[in-house]
Design a protein around this ligand. Structure first.
Ligand code: GLU
Length: 288
């Protein structure tokens, strides 16, 4: 791990960025600046079906307009290039192999629907960010270990039952989650040939020597999953800082589908980045 603060902004180009993204990335930039550190931009375009080059271009343009600046990225290269995840498959395959050889993962042919149907009562399932994969469905340790390639199947990480994952968040303080209660065995490789988010992000944050991950609070459980991956891969975990989420007037989280709050549209409507940043709660007053 490098001594210097290294942060990152890591958008997924599946749509136009909204104000919530911009705020998280702005906070990431401010934390890097305050620490006298570096900030890199990583384009998380591993999902070939959902990610589009036009959104990747738009994200960089919109964030530059908003005032974000980075020292390394797909547009300027740098020591950890390439900065597009779609070009980093070799790194992910190497990690897949390491996890397979050490018995941490197994091939899985269950669909999301199978898992959803097998789980808890609907109200319990709703409270979780993903239905809990039943422990009884796990194959014995060693399953899949002779595979040479991930192939056209999903691979899951075998979480250590009842293991408590504790970390000290830079904003929220101590956070604790329990494996097999708060989340179950999770996907690390997808049958369409791409690594899953949890694996790709850990491999890249490690390879790019990120010292602090700044991300939205909606990813707290993902952080807990990722800490298990850091441990399994023998990487030292970075620090974490989870930002609060922006909500719309109905208390709903902003998502990319809220087009009226996309940076692009706000810009087209004549708002300036300064106005948006000065706005007390970042968006109120934007609607008549
Ligand atoms: N690419 C992820 C997203 O846009 C963020 C990943 C992260 O911060 O780990 O939601």
């Amino acid at each position: 791990m490098s001594q210097i603060y290294r942060g990152r902004i890591a958008p997924t180009p599946t749509g136009h960025l909204h104000l919530g993204h911009a705020r998280t990335f702005w906070i990431a930039m401010e934390r890097a600046r305050e620490a006298g550190g570096q900030l890199l931009y990583r384009n998380e375009d591993i999902d070939r079906q959902r990610c589009k080059a036009k959104y990747a271009e738009a994200a960089m343009e919109d964030l530059r307009w908003f005032g974000c600046q980075w020292e390394e990225g797909p547009d300027m290269s740098g020591p950890c290039a390439p900065y597009n995840q779609s070009q980093r498959t070799d790194f992910f395959l190497q990690a897949w192999r390491q996890l397979k050889d050490s018995g941490h993962i197994y091939p899985c042919d269950k669909t999301r629907k199978d898992v959803a149907q097998a789980t808890l009562a609907p109200h319990e399932a709703e409270a979780m960010d993903e239905p809990l994969y039943p422990e009884t469905w796990r194959p014995p340790v060693g399953a899949g270990q002779d595979a040479e390639e991930p192939g056209a199947t999903n691979w899951r990480f075998r979480v250590p039952t009842a293991r408590e994952i504790v970390f000290d968040d830079g904003r929220l303080g101590p956070c604790a989650f329990t494996a097999m209660q708060d989340f179950g065995d999770f996907l690390i490789w997808r049958k369409d040939g791409a690594p899953a988010y949890e694996l790709a992000v850990v491999v890249d944050d490690h390879a790019m020597q990120i010292s602090e991950v700044v991300r939205g609070e909606d990813l707290l459980i993902s952080t807990a999953r990722q800490i298990l991956l850091y441990q399994a891969l023998g990487y030292p975990p970075p620090q974490f800082y989870h930002t609060p989420l922006l909500c719309d007037p109905d208390g709903q989280r902003l998502a990319k589908r809220h087009r009226s709050l996309s940076l692009r549209e706000l810009r087209e409507e004549g708002h300036t980045p300064e106005q948006l940043r000065q706005n007390e709660d970042w968006w109120s007053g934007l609607e008549d």
